[in-house]
Design a protein around this ligand. Sequence first.
Ligand code: HEM
Ligand SMILES: CC(C)=CCC/C(C)=C/CC/C(C)=C/COP(=O)(O)OP(=O)(O)O
Length: 306
Amino acid sequence: MATKPPSVLRQYWSLTKPRIVALIVFTAVIGMFLAVPGLPPLRQALLGTLGIWLGAASASAINQLIDSRIDAKMARTAWRPLVAGTLTPRQALAFALVLAALSTAILWWGVNPLTAVLTFASLIGYAVVYTAILKHATPQNIVIGGIAGAAPPALGWAAVTGQLHPHALLLVLIIFVWTPPHFWALAIFRREDYARALVPMLPVTHGVEYTRWQIVLYTVLLLVVTVLPWATGMSGLFYLGGALVLGLVFLWYAWRLMDPPDEFYAMRVFNYSIVYLLALFAFLLLDHWLAPWLQPAPVVRLLPVG
Ligand code: HEM
Ligand SMILES: CC(C)=CCC/C(C)=C/CC/C(C)=C/COP(=O)(O)OP(=O)(O)O
């Protein structure tokens, strides 16, 4: 019996890289919650989430449109709708433009112009600067391009406060430093794909051994950077404990990758990177909510009467 082809709706859905965008939106939502005590204003939070999600989804669709020729050469991406021909480039472009316009309109009029501008800049940063230029120009492509993927917590923060606070930039810094170990672990496993598609990813240009060292170095840096929310007074000891445990496990994974038990081990490191970021941001939020209860009780001074 022939299997039914996936519906058109599903094709458009996959154009938005839904699982990656889900984690991106999750970090934006945490940014919103951390920006204010208690709950963020409902309208800004809902419209902000929708606008950021549409912006990231549009960027992903443009990325697939620009990349369709290299996606065709890679086993991991050869099934994508623009490669398989189940969607035409014209359909993908129209879809991406509608999402980008909706994102900008919702954020500009429903949230604030700052969030609209920053989200649009992230969209261009990923869809154009990273995909069309950096990806083919330098093995540092994902380090520089990582700024766009790291921006969402600041977008969420700006959505509910109308400002960019240094604490929001700290969250951006964390994702920025997380991106190289996240991606290079996958790139080690998929290096033949990238070599075939002539994309200068680090394991192709500098070899696997060098890339493993870079992963270890960035993971150490990540451990240091994740202490900063506690060191600057943004988060408490509950967060710090979680960040240190998660970070040390990441470091252990990265260190084992230097001499891996099998060739699939790099994918285990990659999968852990995703669990790591989810859990780290969950710790930030829980710590933020638990703070009033975890604060040491104020010392009551008994003043002598009279
Ligand atoms: C320049 C920055 C980044 C690069 C180059 C990158 C690269 C990749 C690649 C190549 C994949 C595999 C996708 C697939 O097979 O379809 C992936 C998966 C993933 N990435 Fe990233 N990524 C980046 C940033 C981010 C950011 C900022 C997040 C979220 C905050 C993220 C979350 C994820 C998730 C959740 C997956 C798993 C998707 C799934 O299981 O289907 N990535 N990434
Ligand atoms: C507006 C906004 C918040 C934008 C966020 C930008 C965004 C969606 C970043 C994700 C980064 C990412 C998935 C890179 C992988 O692209 P790739 O081309 O290297 O991966 P591929 O080979 O799987 O296509």
